[in-house]
Design a binder for this molecule. Sequence first.
Ligand SMILES: *Cc1c(COP(=O)(O)O)cnc(C)c1O
Length: 391
Amino acid sequence: MPEGWKKELGKLAEEGMLRGLRTVDGPQRPKVELDGRQVLLLCSNNYLGLADHPRVVEAMVRATRDFGAGSGASRLVSGSMREHHLLEERLAAFKQTEAALLFNSGFAANTGIISSLFGPADTIFSDALNHASIIDGCRLSGARVVVYPHADSNALEALLERERKNRRGRWLIVSDGVFSMDGDIAPLPELVHLKQKYAALLMIDDAHGTGVLGDGGRGTAEMWGCLGQVDLQMGTLGKALGCCGAYLAADRVVIDTLINRCRPFIFSTSLPPGVAAAARAAIDLVDSPEGLRLRNELRRKTALFAGRLRDAGCDLLGSRTQIVPILTGEPEPTMTASRQLLDAGFFIQGIRPPTVPDGRCRLRATVMADHDDADLEAAAAEIVRIVRPSA
Ligand SMILES: *Cc1c(COP(=O)(O)O)cnc(C)c1O
């Protein structure tokens, strides 16, 4: 192997930036076994506990028995199975669009959607804190990319105005719905206003909002009363929905364009039928009184946990959701805090660049609907003890 890789890894280790894998045993429950020890899990996206919900698991087992473990081919060859179509119809109805299309992951969806719908003649306005997969999709598209300051619609409007003189091609405004590292929410009504005023398209990545926000769990757009005003509603099946894969809900013409052009869709084996069936069962749960109950629990527990941290003076950035970052600043103290928390039985990841900007390292805690109140209080107390906020 070339010497260079070993050297680079050594350098990362010296800088406290080396990343490595851990082993979790058991399902993504509030308590898991990590490297052989029971800990409180505070870094799973299984917000509603659907990843091992009996009805979701049963749907996966039944479809796997009936249709097999794998889909056998990509969608355009022979891998377009009934379960994929049923899930796409369910997603379109759920998101109130004409159609929907499945992808194997959110990463594949964002890179594929953006790069096949937009090209070098077009301009993309992208929030500074958008997910890495959106950034890569913008790069792959070859479009002119204008990055606007995070969630700042005044600054966005100034940039739209500036670009107007040289306008050519299509315009896209793209944003996370819930920002994955900050837990704050995009100002959708303002983005809708701007996309109308400047004749742009609007794409929202609702990976962390789907299932969680809005009375019916339809996500950020429902919460803001903007369903029907977002042209490209992307989301994932692997977070609150507890499965894996992703989707785009949009007009039929957009979906048909992707079926014909989108490389990660065309050149990749489709999701296993069991996954599609499980995701459909998860949406049915989200869209039921049980889903409402789980969302209310999640909201109440988030308020409890975040409230404790805020009262003790922690900087939670702009968090308004189950994603609760605790700003720690530099990599070294962040990773030390994460290790100390683990020693105390609390599993919370430290987040470093390039996932977040320099100097903005954080502990990123996520709350689940079935976390125990007392466990969350204990975790908050331990975080405060270790991080020692100055306020
Ligand atoms: C997790 C995430 C993705 C990627 O989705 P995967 O299905 O995990 O590949 C995309 N966008 C955002 C905002 C995410 O948080």
